[in-house]
Design a protein around this ligand. Sequence first.
Ligand code: MV4
Length: 505
Amino acid sequence: MKVLVANRGEIAVRIMRACREMGVPSVGVYSPSDRLAPHVRYADEAIGLGADRPAESYLAIGKLIDAARRTGADSVHPGYGFLAENAEFAAACRAAGLRFVGPSADVIELMGGKTASRAAAQAAGVPVVPGTDGPLAADLPDDEVHGMAASIGYPVFVKAVAGGGGKGMRLVQEPDALLGAVRAARSEAGTAFGNPAVYLERYVAVARHIEVQLLGDEHGNVVPFVERECSIQRRHQKVIEETPSVAVDTDTRRALGEAAANLARGVGYANAGTVEFLLDDSGRFYFLEMNTRLQVEHPITEMVTGVDLVRWQLRIARGERLALDAERMLTPRGHAIECRVYAEDPEAGFVPCPGRITTLRTPDGPGIRDDSGVAAGYEVPLFYDSMLSKLVAWGENRSEAIDRMARALTEYEIGGVRTTIPLFRWMLRHPDFLAGRFDTGYLDRTLAGRPPTPLQAPPAEAEEVALLVAAIHAVTRAASGRPAAAAGAPQSSWRQAARAAGLRR
Ligand code: MV4
């Protein structure tokens, strides 16, 4: 086996680590601005893709398959994002004689259609939210649209068939707004996905987003894992995930696992996948969608089960049988939390902050794992997602995991770019988070009501020392009448030093 990793950043490194442990050579790919990225250095060999724009690099199916051919790779791992849920890519890999480390193109295609995946869930006996049986016909008379919405019950959600992840959705509170919302959703879906089809679902209020990781092999075996709680999101971007969920008891856990596994078995699912559910405040759960890939937050599942999900993905891809204790996979050992560290400024509407990482000190110690795709000196490109790393904390219980995460966040120092770390330091002390009192609307509400105290911590010790040294340097230079290093004036070397120390203002 030799694996081309068709991705970048932390997930590319994560996959290559599993490869190395298995004695499997890895091939990295990179755009010009990623030439010196950690995933390129980690790979056993690496191939340039020649352009920065995603469409011409990490999304360029022809270039990736060509890179696999040229390096003699026999397998392709897509990671997440980019081409991970692209049926055409999976089919192209297989057509080129390459193993695609993921489910079949047919299953990716099936689950990508939200009404088809709903139907598959229903066929497998998995509860779905009341809604239309399929897409609304384009020429459906207005009164029939009204009739459908009325029989589902308001409020209703208009959702794009090709959607997912929050795009192309419209919430409708009352009949007067229905037709306008359907029109708007169709138009948005047509533009965003090239498919204007929409369907209707009853709106589930005050819900948590719970998901079930599973593995399936090519021999029909499926094993579900303990749930992940993913309700802490900002505009459909997950921010903090944890496992297990405080809202799920052992009976519900078992029922969720069974539901997810039944769906996977029903569609002949092989490799890693995740079934998303809404959990309402009465403890009922409903199928939402299935993600046919490895997910960003997979490490928390690894921490509480001891299973290496990526290693299993590779074993499954080469035809091995699952050999996991199903009972144990549904029994969490302790608690794990993940914070997604982004190069974004939480003080300025979360604008991405690409730039050079000048200094980097990563947390360590008991129960801490940092899956990172960056290093000191690396310039975070503006072309791609700005996630830098995933900080994961494990503890015997939720409170110990939170304490460890809070402790690790005090150790984490990233200079040169603004990050979401200060936001996490604040969130991990928030009473509702500590009490486990939240739903999918929690973070947006909480951020809107946050008092206007700055999140940015005072400069960390190392940075203060660097600044002090730079200041002494500049002053003594000025006093001796010698010109300061490159730029000439004491003030500019002060600025340079401040920049080097990660303080950009
Ligand atoms: C819903 C819902 C309530 N009722 N469907 C948002 C993303 C997409 N995956 C589905 N989403 C939702 N679908 C019904 N019938 C609420 C959401 C939702 C949500 C779901 C998961 C995580 C965060 C969310 C934030 C807002 C709304």
